[in-house]
Design a protein around this ligand. Structure first.
Ligand code: HEC
Length: 172
């Protein structure tokens, strides 16, 4: 083997090496963007925690008791029309919701012949007084997350005071 022959072998080896490098670079440049794309596709952008911002927006509910003194029972009877599609004031008569006869002062979810949601049953260490009913009928699902009471709630403080006064007067 003379020097020229050896040079050819070395050159062939170097060319092969170079080709391998070039192919691998081309390969990377083809594969790499695909890889990056898959990664980006998998990242789901998560927006601001909406429940948190909703909580901070939530106004603190003022006690209803001061409003009860000058509540209008007759108007309360009118407001109660929002409840009658699901509730009766007759003792033991349940509709979609349980009878509200004697509900003020009653333990929460206490009627044995009505199938309450577990959301409400969990609260049975407490009683329905003006304040707890006020919170419940303001936003039922905020007071008891998972409640069966699909009522939207009453925004007006005065209307809630009136209907609570009506409940206090009737069926108690
Ligand atoms: C769309 C039907 C519906 C409407 C309208 C409705 N409720 Fe209810 N209510 C229910 C259901 C169902 C339950 C049982 C909730 C549970 O088990 O989670 C309930 C439960 C209650 C309870 C708890 C009773 C107990 O025995 O612990 C009170 C108090 C109550 N409602 C008051 C009202 C008042 C006051 C209104 C009107 C301002 C009203 N609800 C409107 C369906 C309704």
């Amino acid at each position: 083997m003379d020097g020229f022959e050896l040079n050819k072998i070395v050159a062939a080896f170097l060319i092969a090496l170079l080709a391998a490098m070039v192919f691998s670079m081309i390969g990377d440049s083809i594969v790499a963007p695909v890889k990056r794309l898959t990664k980006n596709v998998l990242i789901v952008p998560v927006s601001e925690d909406s429940s948190k911002s909703e909580l901070t927006k939530e106004k603190e509910l003022a006690p209803i008791t001061p409003l009860l003194a000058k509540a209008n029972v007759e108007n309360g009877e009118r407001v109660f029309k929002k409840c009658v599609q699901c509730h009766s004031l007759e003792k033991g008569k349940h509709g979609i919701g349980p009878s509200l006869w004697g509900v003020i002062g009653r333990v929460i979810a206490a009627l044995g012949d009505y199938a309450y949601s577990s959301a409400l049953k969990e609260k049975s260490a407490h009683q329905w007084d003006a304040e707890t009913i006020n919170q419940f009928i303001y936003k039922p699902r905020t007071f008891a997350r998972g409640t069966k009471m699909t009522f939207i709630g009453i925004d007006s403080d005065q209307e809630r005071a009136d209907v609570i006064a009506y409940l206090q007067k009737s069926g108690n």
